[in-house]
Structure formats: C-alpha cells, structure tokens
Design a protein around this ligand. Structure first.
Ligand SMILES: Nc1nc2c(c(=O)[nH]1)N[C@H]1C(S)=C(S)[C@@H](COP(=O)(O)OP(=O)(O)OC[C@H]3O[C@@H](n4cnc5c(=O)[nH]c(N)nc54)[C@H](O)[C@@H]3O)O[C@H]1N2
Ligand SMILES: Nc1nc2c(c(=O)[nH]1)N[C@H]1C(S)=C(S)[C@@H](COP(=O)(O)OP(=O)(O)OC[C@H]3O[C@@H](n4cnc5c(=O)[nH]c(N)nc54)[C@H](O)[C@@H]3O)O[C@H]1N2
Ligand SMILES: [Mo]
Length: 552
C-alpha cells in the first residue's frame, strides 16, 4: 500500500474499492472502512462483478463484467477530463506522459465504457463525479485487479486515475493493494522473488551483485529465476528436476491442477516443507515438518509496510522445526558434502545466527529500506513503516509525498483487452474464482478448525437463479462444472450475488478445487495467472445425483 490503514480510515473522503472482497478477505480493514462511512460519512464506491458484502454498504456498486476493469477506469477518467476535474497542478508538477494517457482515454466515452463493462452510463457518471467532488480519495484493490492477463495494465490504470485526481502522496489517498498473507510483503521485501535481492535490488544490477557477494562470501549468479507458474511448466517439460516447496500447496492453488499433477509426478525429487500433510505432500519424496507462526520468533511485514514483532508462544510439536532452522541445516549439510556450487571463496561466516536480532542486523546492513529497524525499537512499540533509512528515522507511512520514488509519476494508458478465454456455445458461462471468509486457500489450516467446518463444511458454487432454473438446478443440487482443462463437482448455491452468465467457485476444498478448471494464461510482465476469468459449462451431476442437505 502507498498509504497506511489509519490514514485511509481517518482522512479519506472517498474510498474506491475495486476487485477486493474487503470485509471477507481483509476483515479488519473492511470494518474500518465501514466505520469511516458510517461515522464520518466518507463516500464508498465498490466496483466488483459480484454483490459482495461491502457492496451493500456502498453509495454506489459498479457491477462490471469480469475482465473489464481497464474499460471502466478509462471511462471514469474520460468523464473527469471532459468535466475539467483533473488536478492540473499535480499533473504538471509531479507526472509525465499525460498527453499519451489523454489520447487513450479519449476513446472511452461513457457509452463505449458502458458497452464494454455492462455498467449503466449513469452509474459511471455518478462514480466519476463522486470521486472528483470528494478528495482526497483512496483506491483499494486486490486480486480482482491483478489476476488477469492484463494484471499489470489494470494496476497502471488504477495509478492513472489516482494521479489524475491528485490523490497521491497525501493522507487519505493512494493506490493501495491489499496484500494477502500476514507476511507476503515481508517475504517479497526479503527477496522472495525470482529477480531481486532483499530490498528489491535487482539481481541483474552488478553493484548489487557485488555487494551481496561480499557480504555472503560467495559468488552469485546474475541470472533471473523462474516464477511459480513457469516452474511448473519447466517441471512438466523435465528441465526442472528438483523442487523444494516451502509453505505452498500448488496442488490446490496453482491454475490447471491436472497440469500441476503431471508436473509433480514428472519431477525427479520433491521436498515438501509444511506444518500439515497437504495435497502437494502426496507427491513429495521427503517431507520436513515445519513449525507454525506461534512457534517461532521474528517479524512480519504487513500490507501497510509495517514491521511487526512475532513472539514464540508455544514449542513446536513433535519433530517440527522452524523453517529457518531447516533451511540453515540443509545449507550446512550441502556445504559439507561439497555440493554447494559455485564453491564459496571464503569460509562461510553466514548461517551463524544466534538470535533473530543477528538476522535483523544483516538485514539492516544490506537492505536500505530496513536499515533503521531494530528489535529494541519494535519492542518499544514504535510503528515502523518502511522505508526506515536509519535508526533515527520515524518510518514512512505514506509513500510518494512531494515526489515519486522514480522522480515523476508515469502515466501509462492502456486499452481494454478481452480475457484470454471467453464463453462460447460449448462453454457458455464465465467462471470467476476466489475465497470465502471461513476458509483459507487450500484449506489445510481452516478445514481443521471445528468451528469453521461447522459453518462451511463443503465447497459451494455460486450460480444465478436464472442460470440455475435453466439447468434445473436448485440449492440442493450437486452440479458438475467443466472447462477445457478439467471438471469438479460441488453443491450449487443459488444466489444473485452473481449475475446471470457468471458463476463463482473457491479453491478451499481439494476435491472440488476451482483450479481444476482455471486457465493458466499469464500476464506477460507479472506472470500472474488469469484466475479471475475462464469459460465453463454447468450441468446437474449425474454421478452424485441429488443429495441431502441444507446449504444453498
Ligand atoms: N478468509 C480469507 N481471507 C483471505 C484469504 C483467504 O484465503 N481466506 N487469502 C488472503 C490472500 S493471500 C489474498 S491474495 C487476499 C485476496 O483477497 P481478495 O482479492 O479480496 O479476494 P478474492 O476472492 O480473490 O477476489 C476479490 C474480488 O474480486 C472480484 N472479481 C472477480 N473478477 C473481477 C474482475 O474482473 N474485476 C474486478 N474488479 N473484480 C473482480 C471477486 O468478485 C471478489 O469479490 O485475501 C487474503 N485474505
Ligand atoms: N483459482 C484461484 N487460485 C488461486 C487464487 C485465486 O484467487 N483463485 N489466489 C492465489 C493467491 S493470491 C495465493 S496467495 C495462493 C495461495 O496458495 P498457497 O500459498 O499454495 O496456499 P495455502 O493454502 O495458503 O498454502 C500455504 C501452506 O503453508 C502451510 N504453512 C502455514 N504456516 C507455515 C509455516 O510457518 N511454515 C511452513 N513451512 N508452512 C506453513 C499451510 O499448511 C499451507 O499448506 O493461491 C493462488 N491461487
Ligand atoms: Mo494471495
């Protein structure tokens, strides 16, 4: 997030949520937004194809077709420009590329945008006016924006809108991706990506390479690694021969699971490291039992770039060890075997961390944005949002104040691009996928919680009453959903949360995981799969017939 949760909750005059089921997937932030609306009358606009919970609290719900976000955002910008509501001073002083953007959004008249998105012209007009009249405004997004073949262009379009309105670098503004896991931000910050060292220092940057070679006493490769979906393709092709899978369950969470299964079966050697025996573990040669978050010390970096201390509360059960212990031990033993290549030039001083503070000291030395973060400061209760360039620095809750990190903010207009796969005669419905509040991804953790299982024990697939009636489906029907890549069977939930022509499924239950259906087409830049749109057909499941039950 460019901004903090607090300033959005306290200062935003207009909160625009696009592609985030905020109250179900980020309930703490969702509750603060509802309070901002209720207690101080902040405007709330939700753009989501489904009538999600927070849409019921919104001043305006734009229910656009999945995969039509660029057209919607361009349509909003068209109106803002037409009415002269852009922030001229901000655009002149802080940005570049505005003329190019103008040329793109010129084509997206309200009528054109309405045609492409399915949103009534009046609603697009109303939303643009609400944004223009209520500044500063914050834009919040999540997977509804990113999980498309145009994920990057979608994000850029969000940034275009916010820069045009002058909503950057101010309290209550910003472009705010809500990060998913407790520490996904921290994992990325620490270089858990195939192309960067900690602090987003590029592996292709020679100075960065030399710095880390010196610190770690070993030659380093400047080569880019593979992303997770590329790894699965390489595994299926046999060019990746060994996988060490840590805290990831690709056999439920990756697109096109029949392809993932072939890839895992094909791989010569797989090590799985998890706190539970997952679907993926079934394909592993060796399993390392890992300790969970309550069983270790360290820090997590949350969605607003705030570093938070985590303290060990209980001992790990059985033979479970912390992930860092396992990785360190593995590295030591590979080194002892002479299996570390290239051979380190100096004796390995690294891997000798006595405490988590030693780890933080190394991070301070090598990662400029974390240079000033120390355990004493965290223990004293300081709220440190990175960048924290030194120990006297108070942290940076709001990015891009006065100046963008890159200098001038870059407008980058994009044209609407249709999803990779669209409904046709054979597969007439659109499937979008995601989560429900009660479960977490592959469900390894939440399906073990008795209370959650009591409320949501089995997979449900949302289908509109019109489509259900046409296929003779009711809330007790087991339905079979088929795409070009596979099929699943689950119970129908007949609901107008989805429009006619759209169904919604989750990947919380392995046997009926939506990822048997999803399309592995990728965004060319971010390499994120198009989890949010594919084409399917639906029928009553002959295999299962009608089953007893009250869900639906
Ligand atoms: N309970 C629970 N909470 C979670 C998680 C969980 O598994 N369970 N997972 C965490 C993680 S890692 C993540 S990444 C986040 C994800 O959080 P979210 O991204 O909020 O959740 P999703 O359900 O993936 O999808 C968000 C919304 O995108 C909408 N959508 C679908 N297609 C489109 C489209 O084309 N355009 C737009 N604008 N919207 C579209 C869907 O209707 C849905 O409401 O949640 C985090 N929080
Ligand atoms: N169709 C569809 N597919 C999607 C998405 C979607 O919206 N639609 N969303 C995508 C997104 S945003 C995400 S983030 C992914 C999530 O995909 P995954 O990360 O594969 O899903 P999780 O179920 O969260 O898997 C995490 C695993 O880590 C284990 N674990 C928990 N704590 C620890 C620990 O401390 N150490 C170790 N070693 N293991 C631990 C858990 O038991 C679990 O098995 O799914 C993606 N897949
Ligand atoms: Mo995620």
């Amino acid at each position: 997030m460019t901004n903090s949760i607090r300033d959005i909750a306290e200062d935003s005059q207009c909160i625009f949520i696009i592609g985030s089921n905020t109250t179900e997937q980020h309930p703490v932030i969702g509750a603060k937004i509802r309070r901002a609306k209720r207690q101080r009358g902040a405007k709330l606009i939700v753009a989501d194809p489904r009538r999600i919970d927070i849409a019921d609290y919104a001043d305006l719900h734009l229910r656009h077709k999945p995969g039509s976000d660029i057209a919607l955002l361009n349509g909003l910008m068209h109106i803002i420009l037409r009415d002269g509501q852009e922030d001229e001073a901000f655009i002149a002083e802080r940005t570049e590329g505005f003329e190019d953007l103008k040329a793109v959004v010129e084509k997206y008249t309200p009528e054109v945008a309405s045609e492409m998105t399915g949103v009534p012209v009046e609603d697009i007009e109303k939303a643009a006016r609400m944004m223009a009249e209520n500044r500063p405004g914050a834009l919040l997004y999540a997977m509804g924006i990113t999980q498309h073949i145009v994920g990057v262009a979608n994000v850029r379009s969000c940034a275009n809108l916010q820069m045009m309105l002058g909503n950057m670098g101010v309290p209550g503004g910003g472009v705010n991706p809500l990060r998913g896991q407790n520490n996904v931000q921290g994992a990325c910050d620490m270089g858990g990506l195939p192309d960067v060292y900690p602090g987003y220092q590029k592996v292709t940057n020679l100075a960065a390479q030399e710095k880390f070679e010196q610190a770690w006493g070993t030659p380093l490769s400047g080569q880019l690694g593979l992303t997770i979906t590329e790894i699965m393709n390489a595994a299926e092709a046999g060019t990746v021969k060994c996988l060490h899978i840590i805290g990831e369950n690709p056999m439920t969470s990756d697109p096109d699971l029949n392809h993932v299964r072939r890839a895992l079966q094909q791989t010569e050697f797989i090590v799985a490291q998890d706190i539970f025996f997952t679907e993926t573990c079934q394909y592993a040669d060796v399993i390392f039992p890992a300790a969970s978050f309550v069983e270790k010390d360290g820090t997590f970096t949350n969605t607003e770039r705030r570093i938070q201390q985590v303290r060990k509360a209980v001992e790990p059960p059985g033979e479970a060890m912390t992930d860092s212990w396992i990785i360190t031990e593995l590295a030591r033993r590979l080194h002892a075997l002479g299996a570390v290549s290239p051979e380190p030039s100096a004796p390995q001083a690294a891997w000798d961390y006595a405490t988590v503070a030693d780890v933080m000291a190394e991070i301070n030395a090598l990662t400029p944005s974390y240079a000033g973060i120390t355990y004493p400061r965290l223990k004293a209760g300081e709220q440190l949002h990175w960048p924290v360039p030194n120990q006297d620095h108070p942290g940076t809750p709001i990015l891009h104040a006065g100046k963008f990190a890159r200098g001038l903010g870059q407008f980058a207009g994009s044209d609407h691009v249709l999803p990779d796969e669209l409904p046709d005669d054979e597969y007439p419905l659109m499937l979008t996928t995601g989560r429900v509040i009660y479960h977490w991804h592959g469900g390894e953790m939440t399906r073990r919680a008795r209370g959650l299982n009591a409320v949501y024990p089995k997979a449900l697939i949302e289908i509109n009453p019109r489509d259900a009636a046409q296929a003779g489906i009711d809330g007790n029907s087991m339905i079979k959903v088929t795409s070009r890549r596979g099929d699943i069977v689950a119970r129908a939930q007949v609901t107008d949360r989805v429009n006619p022509g759209l169904i919604f499924a989750t990947f919380h239950f392995p046997d009926s995981a939506a990822n048997f259906l999803t399309n592995p087409a990728l965004d060319p830049i971010a390499k994120i799969p198009e989890f949010k749109v594919c084409a399917v057909r639906v029928e009553i499941s002959r295999a299962e017939g009608k089953v007893e039950g009250t869900a639906g």
